[in-house]
Design a protein around this ligand. Structure first.
Ligand code: UFG
Length: 320
């Protein structure tokens, strides 16, 4: 297929682009490079540097078989302090993309949604029919986009799939997490092992969990990418399917730090710090729907495998 990948210079977008190219698709990446990196776009994909809201109309006029939409702002804390950036950069920009899709009759859309659309879960594992009560503007902006997509699918025949990511981690060869502002646990812990940070902070050790630290569902970025390719194939005209993507197993912050110690051989000092506002104690996905309907199976589910791939990437990237 001839595909437009927005945000293909970012972490998940670049890994998915690599998978799409390997599967024989033709990929044009649209990225404003505000947080992505031009050298993260895999060889074989064309990079168009441009604004999502401005450039997508002209690009889609060329005739594409589908769009994979990764471009977004994705920092929870920033979204609380500057919600306007999320309503404009995520919701308004995506509305412009949807309008371009409608105008040019692009048949398929796969969208990066998030576990943050659910907020504090009443039940874990979280299923797609759980209440969506986001606790921050980031999650609210992604949920608003999911609603927009549903209505475009119903009214205009778009074949759409939203994939709700839980905690994405790991790397695919030279493609991995390179955020200027890093807030995610695994890259921060690995920065300690790489000698770039003294210690990792544990945000709360008095949560109602077995070891007192928060539990999350870490999904390898390669497994996540595989789901995007399946979603692209299975998307049905006029329908908007929503699937959670996680490995279905929870690991506590302490377990993740221990896995990083095992993988790196570094003692990785950890210090208890106050809870981070808005963090739920436990987030674990039920990915049963993605497995049943997309035929998806996560394969790199061991936490040491996920951390090991991220560590290889961190070392190679630190060296360059
Ligand atoms: N954590 C620490 N210390 C750190 C960083 C994180 O203890 O230095 C903890 C957090 O409190 C949390 C866990 O490690 O319990 C994972 O934190 P991340 O920041 O790596 O990931 P989140 O679970 O906060 O974020 C994920 C997605 C977001 C999404 C959010 C929804 O990455 O996109 O879930 O809650 F918005």
């Amino acid at each position: 297929m001839k595909l437009l990948v927005t945000g293909g210079a970012g972490y998940v977008g670049s890994v998915c682009t690599a998978h799409l190219l390997a599967a024989g698709h033709t990929v044009t990446v649209l990225d404003d490079l505000s947080t992505g990196h031009a050298d993260a776009v895999p060889e074989g994909a064309e990079l168009v540097k441009g604004d999502l809201a401005e450039a997508s109309d002209e690009l889609l006029a060329d005739g594409f078989d589908g769009v994979l939409h990764f471009a977004a702002r994705s920092l929870v804390g920033e979204s609380v302090a500057h919600p306007e950036r999320y309503w404009t950069g995520n919701v308004v920009a995506t509305l412009r993309l949807l309008e371009a899709i409608r105008r040019h009759g692009t048949p398929r859309l796969v969208f990066s949604s998030t576990a943050a659309t659910y907020g504090q879960p009443e039940q874990v594992p979280i299923r797609e029919d759980a209440p969506t009560l986001p606790t921050n503007p980031y999650g609210a902006s992604k949920l608003a986009i999911d609603h927009m997509i549903s209505s475009y699918a119903a009214a205009h025949g778009l074949a759409a799939v939203s994939l709700r990511y839980f905690n994405v981690a790991g790397a695919h060869g030279r493609f991995g997490e390179r955020h200027a502002v890093e807030t995610h646990l695994i890259p921060l812990v690995l920065q300690v092992a790489a000698g770039k940070r003294e210690a990792v902070q544990i945000y709360g050790d008095d949560w109602p969990t077995p070891d007192g630290t928060c539990v999350r569902d870490y999904i390898h970025v390669d497994d996540l990418a595989a789901a995007h390719l399946l979603a692209l194939e299975k998307a049905a005209a006029g329908a908007h399917a929503v699937y959670n993507l996680g490995s279905g197993a929870g690991f506590s912050v302490r377990e993740v730090i221990d896995a990083c110690r095992t993988v790196t051989g570094h003692p990785i000092p950890a210090v208890a710090a106050p809870r981070r506002e808005g963090d739920p104690a436990v987030l674990i996905a039920s990915s049963d729907a993605a497995m049943a309907e997309l035929g998806w199976r996560p394969e790199r589910t061991e936490i040491t495998t996920i951390v090991g791939d991220a560590w290889r990437f961190t070392q190679e990237h630190s060296a360059s």
